[in-house]
Design a protein around this ligand. Sequence first.
Ligand SMILES: C=CC1=C(C)c2cc3[nH]c(cc4nc(cc5[nH]c(cc1n2)c(C)c5CCC(=O)O)C(CCC(=O)O)=C4C)c(C)c3C=C
Ligand SMILES: [Fe+2]
Ligand SMILES: [Fe+2]
Length: 362
Amino acid sequence: MKYLGSPGFDHGQALRIGVLITNLGTPEAPTRQALRPYLKQFLSDPRVVEVPRLLWWFILNVIILNVRPARSAEAYETVWTDEGSPLLLHTRDQAEALQAELRARYGDRVIVDFAMRYGQPSVASKLQALIEAGARKLLVLPLYPHYSGPTTGSTFDAVAEDFRARRWLPDLRFVSCYHDHPGYIAALADSVRAFRAEHGSAQKLVFSYHGEPLRYLEEGDPYHCHCHKTTRLVAEALGLGEDEYLTSFQSRFGREEWLQPYTDETLKGLPAAGITSVQVICPGFSADCLETIEEIGEENREYFLEAGGKDYQYIPCLNASEAHVAFLADLAGEQLCGWLEARTDPAVAAERAAALGYSGAA
Ligand SMILES: C=CC1=C(C)c2cc3[nH]c(cc4nc(cc5[nH]c(cc1n2)c(C)c5CCC(=O)O)C(CCC(=O)O)=C4C)c(C)c3C=C
Ligand SMILES: [Fe+2]
Ligand SMILES: [Fe+2]
């Protein structure tokens, strides 16, 4: 094994703190050709699909990758913007805004960038860039509020895989979840209040989270529990009664049972139970993407209206809003604690170094 060195390192280089925010990833274009490699990388990850490898290799390569890319491309086409994928653009905006916020709070020592777990820009390429820029301390902040193996766990795998090949590892901190962080709950509750101040209220607030196979919950994944806790805390913050909100799970994939109740079936059933106005919020997504814009904003709207619903509104994700970025800066700040304060004044450091008879920054 030949480990990757640090050829550009120089002993006078300022030591910096890198903050890498990450999200899931997105194809390069809304086309079948671009969807194929993206879905192949994504769905080959054993954290995402926990099925015996040989069997899954066959199902993925012989069936899914021949059918799904065209279908997914059509869906992506409906959300694609002139500048590209909404998820990518929001994540880039979040990184830029977080960089500005952290610079205002802590100065130039903290450098922020973003990466995608699948597709581009890759985790490995951005780790390399941060390390080359002098980051010897690294905070990885996956923008998944709720821990799950397929998302947060898999992001850690990507970092670990990169580290396995490196000779000199930086200090590492990794945020595994923030589903019950008071700042995150307040940002969500405020976004509902602001939306309702502008558009009025609804009979039900539907908290719709991306699903995962029920099996993962049974085998110890805390995701389901984290989602319910977010719902409960936001409902409490808003003072909602038990009959004014519900939790459901969307984006099923494959044939096995996923977390229930399913968002689409729930919305189809509400009008018959006398609920004809809903507002849907997706707190598991920190940025609007295919699964929120198309699946919740369009597809599920149709289901609800076709079933007799009258009023359907989607409350956008926190995206790069001021409140979200301020919360992310607080969250990062909590993690950076000790790294920032511990920095010794350069004049004091030089004095101590001289007293000990050495010089140099590294
Ligand atoms: C195959 C199983 C899947 C699991 C488990 C899963 C979990 C999971 N995913 C997210 C967040 C996102 N998923 C997105 C898209 C997406 N997800 C799956 C499959 C699983 N997700 C597929 C096949 C796709 C691709 C889209 C499609 O073909 O329908 C996205 C959107 C990406 C975008 O570019 O907009 C996000 C975000 C979470 C939080 C999660 C947790 C359990
Ligand atoms: Fe997903
Ligand atoms: Fe979907």
